[in-house]
Ligand binder design. Structure first.
Ligand code: 8X3
Length: 253
């Protein structure tokens, strides 16, 4: 069991973020849980503080002021962050470039690109000070390929890929590891958000094959952060068995 490590996880109240928080807690990693929804943060905190110390930070990753004020005001003992998991992010709409709205484009750029930049810029000085740490960025197969109706979501995840590569280079002298994780289809609230609450459309995405679940990606994240000190997992792409690209699925219906 790992001891005395601290992880800050964004988007920790649901999906991959929550599954990661649960797995980290099981392995003795203390948690700074971040999210936008106070009631859900409290719920996850109550569940996990039986195993480890947990504090919560309520902010929207795209709001620079909120992010910096929350992270800068962490109690001193919580500033020794070992692991940053940049998980928060979403898709808004699945539509052709010509039909999609600029508001949806803004939402995706704000949460998926500005969000990772804000949180990382707030946390990286702590890692640099200690000359150690590990940043895990949640990209997507959409960061490796572009698919129809996904231009700006894919652009935002391509940006995550570039940010992961750039961070890995620039943080190299400080002994900070950077892992980029690119999942395919994971059944979470992701599609429900993408389709703005339309459950039928969301459910259809995962029909006819067995999708990944949040815990599958949490396993990969924990694998990456639990390697020996000299090992840096740079990149992982993770598909369900029935997926071979951003758009190619073997469905049985
Ligand atoms: C989520 C996976 O395939 O919908 O990032 O882009 S996909």
């Amino acid at each position: 069991m790992e001891l005395e490590k601290i992880a800050l996880i964004t988007g920790s109240t649901s999906g991959i973020g929550r599954a990661t928080a649960e797995l980290f807690a099981k392995n003795g990693i203390h948690l700074i849980l971040c999210g936008r929804r106070e009631d859900r943060l409290e719920e996850v905190k109550n569940e996990l503080q039986k195993n480890v110390n947990v504090i919560t930070l309520k902010f929207d990753v795209s709001n620079r002021k909120e992010v910096f004020s929350a992270i800068d005001n962490l109690p001193e003992e919580w500033k020794s962050i070992d692991i940053l998991v940049n998980n928060a992010g979403n898709a808004h709409g699945l539509a052709t470039f010509q039909d999609a709205s600029l508001d949806d484009f803004d939402s995706m750029i704000n949460s998926n690109v500005r969000g990772i930049l804000n949180v990382s810029k707030a946390v990286v000085p702590f890692l640099i000070n200690r000359k150690s740490g590990h940043i895990v960025n949640l990209s997507s197969i959409a960061g490796k390929q572009t698919y129809p109706k996904g231009s700006v979501y894919c652009a935002s995840k391509h940006a995550v890929e570039a940010i992961s590569q750039g961070m890995r280079m620039d943080l190299l002298p400080y002994g900070i590891k950077v892992t980029n994780i690119a999942p395919g289809a994971v059944e979470t609230e992701f599609s429900l958000v993408r389709f703005k609450g339309d459950k039928k459309l969301a459910d259809a995405v995962y029909q006819g094959f067995e999708p990944l679940v949040a815990g599958d990606i949490a396993d990969a994240i924990y694998y990456a952060v639990s390697r020996p000190a000299h090992v840096q997992i740079a990149d992982m792409t993770i598909f369900p068995k029935a997926q071979a690209s951003g758009t190619l699925f073997e469905k049985n219906n």
